[in-house]
Design a protein around this ligand. Structure first.
Ligand code: FRU
Length: 511
């Protein structure tokens, strides 16, 4: 009898346990699931699920940063575009919000911007959030017409939660140009007027309006590219003070599709020049790129950022392989937000991309007990995959460093002082053969000049590496898909190389 009792007690405990673990797995919250999904970035923005591309409608309003984005909620590859929506207090922890804009009779909702209409110039209401975007009509496109892209507007009176499309859309009709899109609108203080930059094939067009509904074209900007770069996309225009001197300049950002970027595929360049309220001019002779890596595209900056700052976010992918990256539930992340600064060095203006100051708030000291080996030259740290490594290197000849894991996957970086070239190599960084173009752009290069000393910050997240040289004078962003997390870092010893002020910090998950 006693044995029976014991048997039943054991059986009940066993069943109870099974039920419990079943419940546990059912109860694993989305938050926890995201934490264990392979390749899910822990402190970069990703959609909960499905396809994402360009950041759209970046605007700061009532203590929140709003990030809208090109979104296809039915698949993990590009399709009929919507605007997804998320908001954040610090640009690092994001709250997902309902889809903001759905396709309608006029077409898909392509990229664009958002402003806050403080003075109610459009008549939608005081402080209305107004989105200005491109309509892409897939039926007209299929029918072989070329006028299938027009500009439309919509407004929200509840901080981007719900939206009403303007009844007389489009507000700008197509003038007979196939690629006519991606309006970025901002308030031009000097003329007290709304201004828009828009790409039209291989030029930027400038428009202005008093009410966001009636737009007048005021000028165009072209650059004599030989050979021409791929299709012009996602422009942005803003003023920045030049660091350390009493001068202000205008920056025009433009993304290029095709294979125009320095290391292949799509990329984003900028022009520094002057803008008189009508026309943009520049003395720049060559292309300068916001990021020399292959994984920062279609980036633009926030409207209404407090404290006169300019914060930029890009789509951390490349049209050459974006739809085939080895993630399952969702596709694509945004880059880290970066504060843009303008400097003048050897007579040349450079736009720097710096880590935002509040990034420090999510860093955590690494205890020595958690590290095995010899910092900085060769050590193991099991949370390397969410970390930032920073140091200064005094260089005699070259610098070679790498991340690796126990399977032998490695991501290499090197700098050759004589040529001034900084290289990254993801050839053996894990999954690389999911797309020929990804493989083709395995080795990437940027020329940072011949320097005795460089400062370097490397930010590693689940499936990305962002390298900032000299506080973001030169940047490289790469996606990577190691088979298991990197856990080892090393710098190769060589004559005359000195590594100073080395730090490694853990980056806390924001999911
Ligand atoms: C840039 C882009 C934009 C367009 C959008 C469509 O990546 O091609 O020009 O508006 O993506 O999703």
């Amino acid at each position: 009898m006693k044995q029976y009792k014991l048997f039943f007690l054991a059986l009940t405990l066993f069943l109870f346990n099974c039920k419990d673990s079943q419940n546990d797995s059912i109860n694993v919250s989305i938050k926890d699931r995201n934490k264990i999904e392979k390749y899910r970035p822990q402190f970069h923005f990703t959609p909960k699920e499905k396809w994402m591309n360009d950041p759209n409608g970046l605007v700061y309003f009532k203590n929140n940063y709003h990030l809208f984005y090109q979104y296809y909620p039915d698949s993990t590859v590009w399709g009929p575009m919507h605007w997804g929506h998320a908001k954040s207090k610090d640009l690092l922890t994001w709250e997902h919000r309902p889809v903001a804009l759905y396709p309608d009779d006029l077409g898909y909702i392509f990229s664009g911007s958002a402003i806050i209409d403080k003075e109610n110039t459009a008549g939608f209401g005081e402080n209305a959030m107004v989105a200005i975007y491109t309509y892409h009509d897939p039926f007209k496109e299929k029918a072989g017409q070329i006028d299938y892209q027009t500009q439309g507007i919509a407004y929200s009176l509840d901080e981007g939660e719900t939206w009403t499309k303007y009844q007389d859309n489009p507000v700008i009709k197509n003038p007979g140009i196939r690629d006519f899109r991606d309006p970025k609108v901002s308030w031009f203080e000097e003329k007290e007027i709304w201004q828009m930059v828009l790409v039209a094939k291989d030029e930027v067009q400038f428009y202005e309006s008093k009410n966001l509904k009636d737009w007048k074209k005021i000028s165009t900007f072209r650059f004599n590219d030989q050979p021409p770069l791929g299709v012009w996309e996602c422009p942005d225009l803003f003023k920045l003070p030049v660091d350390g001197i009493d001068e202000e300049k205008w920056v025009l950002i433009i993304s290029h599709g095709g294979n125009s970027s320095p290391n292949g595929g799509s990329g984003t360049r900028y022009f520094v020049g002057d803008y008189d309220g009508t026309t943009f001019t520049t003395n720049q002779k060559e292309s300068q790129w916001i990021d020399y890596g292959t994984d920062n595209y279609a980036g633009v900056t926030f409207n209404n950022e407090p404290n006169g700052k300019r914060v930029f976010i890009g789509w951390m992918s490349n049209w050459n392989y974006a739809t085939t990256t080895p993630t399952e539930k969702w596709r694509s992340a945004m880059t880290l937000p970066r504060e843009l600064k303008l400097i003048k060095s050897e007579g040349k203006y450079l736009v720097k991309s710096q880590l935002i100051v509040t990034f420090n708030n999510i860093l955590k000291e690494v205890s020595e007990n958690d590290v095995i080996g010899n910092i900085p030259l060769d050590f193991e740290y099991k949370e390397l995959q969410q970390s930032i490594i920073s140091f200064e290197a005094v260089i005699n000849d070259k610098l070679d460093l790498q991340f690796s894991n126990t399977l032998g996957d490695a991501y290499k970086m090197s700098y050759n002082k004589t040529s001034g070239d900084f290289y990254t190599d993801r050839t053996k960084s894990g999954k690389v053969d999911f797309n020929k173009s990804f493989l083709k752009s395995s080795v990437q290069k940027m020329n940072i000049g011949s320097k005795n000393k460089i400062k370097i910050d490397i930010v590693l997240d689940a499936s990305s590496i962002e390298i900032f040289i000299n506080n973001g004078e030169y940047v490289m962003t790469n996606q990577i898909f190691p088979e298991e997390n990197f856990n080892r870092f090393n710098i190769q010893k060589n004559e005359g190389l000195e590594v100073k002020n080395f730090t490694i910090k853990k980056i806390k998950s924001r999911l």
